[in-house]
Design a protein around this ligand. Structure first.
Ligand SMILES: Cc1ncc(COP(=O)(O)O)c(C=O)c1O
Length: 376
């Protein structure tokens, strides 16, 4: 059996050994409940508060603005529902290419009659139409919440978070951005970014699964999404995911420390993959804006549809190559990707997302491209 090649890092990344090492004491001897008042508990509480301080410092936020959650989905659910239920937003503006964590939340609020719902127009290169966004904001008499992702997990397009934030400010709208694909991959300066809520998930940057953050700007006050105990300063009940929180902070620290080196390496892999695909596979095209405002981790490639290429994901899997048709939720099933449908509705193509991490190499790309040549 060939060695496995993992090109699906936008779905999840392997846990870094150093991160596991930082987590281990809290999986073993340091098991106290952070809410307990004796020393075991205090030790756990300290670990969580130190993690919060470290995350806040890296994102240039205040520790009181960082809440630990179970990941990107819970963070987006919390923010969007709070904007409608606690902050008086009667109109949601989003895009058709958001992650289902956002799309299903806004659809739910809309179907329950809690808010009106508008989708901003998309440009052919997969970016949002800023003029249309301004028109939507201007035409709405009631307070709006804008929920738009910083980077798209399927095609990699990046939104200008500052430009959208300024527009929201102009129209007094609440702004939530799903930053799950960018926290741990890009520097953030939240003190100087006009955004009310952002989200993060540890498993996207070599941290553990099931832990994330919700940043809530200090100027907005919302009610808890999960009811129960007084954890996370009464904002998110439930005994804390202690080792997860420690792992999240450690992974973010490492990603930040090694950002220049790792991002340069991954950026090179992305452009090499694109060049090699263009060189060896006739009719290949790329979705979104891969050479413009784009994540350096993602390449979304479309191939001409043939009997052979329709089986591409299956054949990649047989060859021990991990890649996705769309987001992890839709990969495998041939339901098609809502993102690809929204920007490039070509039924004569099959699309594969390749996404890289610091652990990938050019040799792996050579192997994958040579296998793709056989498959298409
Ligand atoms: C853009 C985006 N948003 C939200 C999520 C959901 O994050 P999680 O699986 O940690 O809840 C993901 C991950 O799949 C994602 O890529």
């Amino acid at each position: 059996m060939n060695q496995r090649i993992y090109f699906d890092n936008a779905a999840t990344t392997p846990l870094d050994a150093t991160v596991l090492e930082a987590m281990m004491p809290y999986l073993t001897e340091k098991f106290g409940n952070p809410s307990s008042i004796y020393s075991y508990g205090r030790e756990s509480r300290l670990a969580i508060e130190n993690a919060r301080k470290s995350v806040a410092k890296i994102l240039n936020a205040h520790p009181a603005e960082i809440f630990f959650t179970s990941g990107g989905t819970e963070s987006s659910n919390t923010a969007i529902c709070a904007a409608v239920r606690d902050l008086g937003c009667k109109h949601i503006i989003t895009s058709p290419v958001e992650h289902h964590a956002t799309l299903h939340t806004v659809e739910n609020l809309y179907h329950r009659g809690e808010a009106a719902l508008s989708y901003v127009k998309m440009l052919p290169d997969g970016h949002i139409d800023m003029e249309d966004l301004e028109q939507l904001l201007a035409s709405c008499e009631e307070k709006s919440v804008v929920t738009l992702m910083h980077a798209n997990n399927e095609i990699g397009n990046m939104m200008d978070i500052h430009a959208v934030g300024e527009l929201c400010k102009k129209y007094n709208a609440i702004f939530h951005s799903d930053t799950v694909q960018t926290v741990g991959h890009f520097p953030f300066d939240l003190r100087n970014t006009p955004v009310h809520f952002i989200t993060g998930a540890g498993h996207k940057f070599h941290g553990p699964k099931g832990v994330g953050i919700l940043y809530i700007n200090e100027n907005v006050k919302i009610k808890p999404f999960i009811q129960g105990g007084g954890q996370e300063r009464n904002m998110r009940a439930g005994t804390e995911n202690l080792y997860g929180v420690v792992g999240f902070a450690k992974a973010l620290e490492m990603a930040t420390e090694n950002y220049e080196k790792d991002s340069a390496h991954i950026r090179e892999l992305k452009s090499y993959m694109m060049e090699e695909l263009k060189k060896h596979i006739k009719g290949v095209s790329f979705n979104g804006d891969p050479l413009g405002r784009s994540l350096y981790t993602v390449v979304s490639a479309s191939f001409p549809k043939t009997e052979k290429s329709e089986m591409i994901l299956f054949n990649l899997d047989i060859n021990n190559i991990c890649a996705s048709g769309g987001s992890a939720c839709t990969s495998g099933a041939d339901a098609g990707s809502h993102v690809i449908r929204a920007i490039n509705n070509n039924p004569n193509q099959v699309t594969v997302r390749f996404s890289f991490s610091k652990q990938n190499t050019k040799e792996e790309i050579d192997m994958v491209v040579s296998k793709l040549k056989e498959m298409i």
